[in-house]
Design a protein around this ligand. Structure first.
Ligand code: ADP
Length: 587
């Protein structure tokens, strides 16, 4: 059984106090006894000296009746008085009858008598053989009285004891009273201090339970107060550290959740400790897996299982490229790292999706191949005709002009190709900037139509403009001009007969322009692809007309940069309608 702190402190201090008080009381009682006896002895001595003087004055006869004298002297007081001669014989005693006097032993050997016979006052305490009680004796020498040499006076110690008993009683009551007061005080003080400690304990318990506002009392600023202070500081410190940790954990969670890489931590038993959503996406699962799911069941990829096994054996990071079917084919770079050196630890798996990178790579390769191909045809023909001219063609008066014309046309084609490539490169730069200004889209269209009118007439086509109301837009004027020019150019290029009609309008937040032709139309399955770079429906025809295959992709880029869109409607054999829309100027 553990006693409470209060009980223990109380018992310990009480024990100390009780022992101390008892010791003090005992010592005091002893001192008191010595003092009382000394005091009584002095009184007796004074009395004895009085008796000596009285003897000297009244009983000078050597043959006096000393027995009667002794009784007479004792009469006034209750003391025993003994008269002794120089040989130690008792000549009178107030407590012994005359008849028994001769039987009384010689007193010369009694210590007090011996001192008195030697001339000094003698004292002794003992049980009297003569009357059978404990007595205090004082003997003084008697001078000038013949027949008596010593007067001895004795007092029963019962008197002394009675005095002592009352004094001791007083002492003990005082001791008991102070003990009672002290114990009460100790009880109160220990109670108060223990209660403060108990309060600290409760505060600590509340802190443990997560109560952030629990605070210990700091006053009075003694040890317990300082303990409270230290506890409060500790609590505040812990709180702030905990908050920092929580913040850090949340940040980590956020980072993990929003990472595009798939991350999984697999424990040594092959169970997922944690994984993010991207991992689930890469593995084709609808939701991030729960902790504890076996990785093998979740991923269903023997290659990944292999990789994790390899990482368990290898202290370095293991990296592999693999294909996952989830449900589309994905190219993945997977790395697995063992987290602990002892070989029994968890493995961190990171899946990086390379599909897009691969696709971009392919697009780039295709593009380079396309550009090379586009450049080769005009270059070959320029070189061919130039060689023909050099090898005698210059003298062929009939054809040489034709050859030079072809060289010029091919060079022009090269030039427009390069120009289109440059504008495309410009538009595709990540920091491509538009020079925004307010202008009337209708004016821009009217100007472009005006520029193409003579070309249309030469081709025998009608070019019509349905001019509506002004459409104010906030856009890059030069680039919008390019959009209109490209669409008009295509319409005029691919239309054999009939008309090209341009319409303008606006709805909601957008202004739109439409170029409709009566050309061959575009097959449905090709309509989405004509906006790709170098994509042509009819390659030979496009080349013959000087097309680069880049016009529509430039249009699409520009309109997209403006936050608008471009669409195409078409009926085979009847014609096509291209329509672009860009945001109107605000206000
Ligand atoms: P190109 O320089 O070859 O015209 P574009 O990118 O401008 O390149 O157009 C891509 C292809 O879309 C063209 O090769 C052509 O086959 C088709 N096309 C574009 N405009 C029209 C149109 N108005 N009518 C029919 N086909 C068109």
């Amino acid at each position: 059984v553990t006693l409470s702190l209060r009980t223990r402190l109380f018992l310990a201090t009480s024990a100390v106090v009780i022992v101390a008080l008892t010791l003090v009381t005992l010592l005091a009682a002893r001192e008191e006894r010595i003092w009382v006896i000394e005091h009584s002895a002095q009184l007796l001595e004074r009395h004895a000296r009085h008796l000596e003087r009285d003897l000297g004055r009244e009983h000078r006869l050597p043959s006096a009746d000393w027995q009667a004298t002794a009784v007479e002297l004792a009469g006034g007081y209750g003391d025993r008085i003994t008269l002794i001669d120089s040989t130690g014989r008792v000549v009178g005693d107030s407590r012994v009858s005359r008849e028994r006097l001769p039987d009384v032993e010689n007193h010369a050997g009694r210590p007090e008598v011996r001192s008195a016979l030697a001339g000094t006052t003698g004292r002794a305490r003992r049980r009297s053989g003569t009357i059978g009680v404990e007595l205090l004796y004082v003997a003084v020498p008697v001078r000038d009285v013949p027949g008596v040499a010593v007067v001895r006076i004795a007092e029963p110690l019962t008197e002394v004891s009675r005095l002592r008993a009352s004094l001791v009683g007083l002492l003990v009551s005082a001791a008991l009273l102070s003990l009672a007061i002290t114990l009460a005080l100790i009880f109160w003080i220990t109670g108060r201090n223990v209660a403060r400690i108990g309060e600290l304990e409760r505060v600590a318990e509340r802190l443990r339970a997560g109560d952030a506002h629990a605070r210990a009392r700091e006053r009075p600023a003694d040890e317990v107060g300082r303990l409270g202070q230290a506890m409060n500081r500790m609590a505040a410190e812990l709180r702030s550290r905990l908050e920092a940790l929580e913040r850090e954990r949340d940040e980590r969670e956020q980072i993990l959740a929003h990472m595009s890489d798939g991350v999984a931590l697999v424990d040594r038993a092959g169970h997922l400790v944690r994984a993010n959503r991207s991992l689930a996406v890469l593995l084709g699962a609808p939701l991030a897996p729960e902790a504890g799911t076996p990785f093998h069941d979740f991923a269903r990829s023997p290659e990944l299982d292999d990789l994790i096994d390899a990482a368990r054996r290898d202290p370095r990071t293991v990296e592999r490229h693999l294909r996952l079917w989830s449900p589309h084919q994905r190219v993945i770079r997977a790395t697995a790292t063992r987290l602990h050196e002892d070989g029994a630890g968890a493995v961190l798996l990171v899946l990086h999706d390379l599909t897009e990178v691969e696709q971009l790579n392919r697009v780039r390769q295709d593009f380079v191949a396309n550009v090379s191909h586009e450049l080769r045809t005009p270059l070959t023909s320029i070189r061919g005709y130039a060689e023909t001219l050099l090898e005698g063609g210059l003298n062929d008066v009939e054809h040489r002009e034709g050859f030079v014309r072809i060289i010029r046309d091919q060079a022009a084609r090269l030039q427009s190709l390069v120009e289109d490539l440059l504008s495309l490169a410009d538009l595709e730069r990540p920091d491509a900037q538009l020079r925004y200004e307010r202008f009337d889209l209708r004016e821009a269209v009217v100007r472009q139509v005006g520029q193409q009118r003579s070309r249309a007439e030469r081709a025998g086509l009608r070019l019509e403009l349905e001019s509506g109301t002004p459409e104010i837009v906030m856009a890059d004027r030069a680039r919008i001009d390019q959009v209109i020019a490209n669409l008009l150019d295509n319409a005029l290029k691919y239309t054999e007969r009939g008309a090209v009609r341009v319409t303008l309008g606006g709805d909601g937040g957008h202004a739109w322009g439409e170029v409709r032709d009566t050309g061959p139309g575009i097959p449905e399955e090709e309509r989405s692809r004509i906006f790709e770079r170098f994509y042509r429906v009819d390659k030979a025809r496009s080349r013959e007309k000087g097309g680069t295959g880049l016009g529509l992709s430039i249009v699409k880029h520009i309109v997209a940069l403006h936050g608008g869109d471009v669409t195409v409607r078409s009926t085979l054999g009847e014609g096509s309608t291209f329509r672009f829309a860009i945001p109107r100027a605000p206000g």
